[in-house]
Design a protein around this ligand. Structure first.
Ligand SMILES: Cc1ncc(C[n+]2csc(CCOP(=O)(O)OP(=O)(O)O)c2C)c(N)n1
Ligand SMILES: [Mg+2]
Length: 142
């Protein structure tokens, strides 16, 4: 669906996590007979799957004992993949963003072809951030 919109000349963005990106990274490869698309792929790279810290078994991560190491290996799944090099291998533009002003600038800039914008974030704060965000939404809804 994103590619169909991108073909119509609409500015099209996909927002995904690093593990999701790595799972489907082969999709960056578009053959010479494929129609050109304008697509921005924004990858939030926290070097693993932080969503699992927000689930029930995320409690294991906070124990500090062997269970937290197991949680990190099985659910956190850090990988250390170099997204810039992966994009280079597919001939796709890559931009690493390290702060909010740079991200704003990248999102406002004209976009042509397939571009990956990698936003590096820490993984450790995900549970606290989700709770804070939920509180703010509750408060704003009254
Ligand atoms: C096709 C598919 N495979 C596996 C899953 C299970 N799954 C849910 S979230 C997730 C990892 C998400 O990691 P990431 O994309 O880095 O996002 P983060 O949790 O860091 O925000 C996985 C493997 C899924 N939902 N769909
Ligand atoms: Mg992630």
């Amino acid at each position: 669906m994103a590619l169909a919109a991108a073909r119509r000349g609409l500015r099209t963005r996909a927002l995904l996590g690093d593990l999701t990106f790595l799972h489907d990274v082969g999709g960056l490869l578009r053959g010479p007979d494929e129609p050109p698309v304008d697509l921005e792929i924004v990858v939030v790279n926290d070097d693993g799957g932080s969503i699992f810290a927000t689930l029930e078994h995320g409690a294991l991560a906070a124990t500090g004992d062997a269970a937290s190491a197991t949680f990190e290996r099985v659910f956190g799944t850090p990988h250390g993949a170099n997204l810039a090099q992966l994009c280079a291998g597919y001939g796709v533009d890559h931009q690493l963003v390290k702060d909010v002003p740079t991200l704003r600038h990248a999102l406002q800039a004209p976009s042509h072809g397939v571009q990956v914008i990698e936003v590096r974030v820490p993984r450790v704060d995900r549970l606290a951030e989700v709770r804070t965000l939920a509180d703010r939404i509750r408060t704003s809804l009254g």
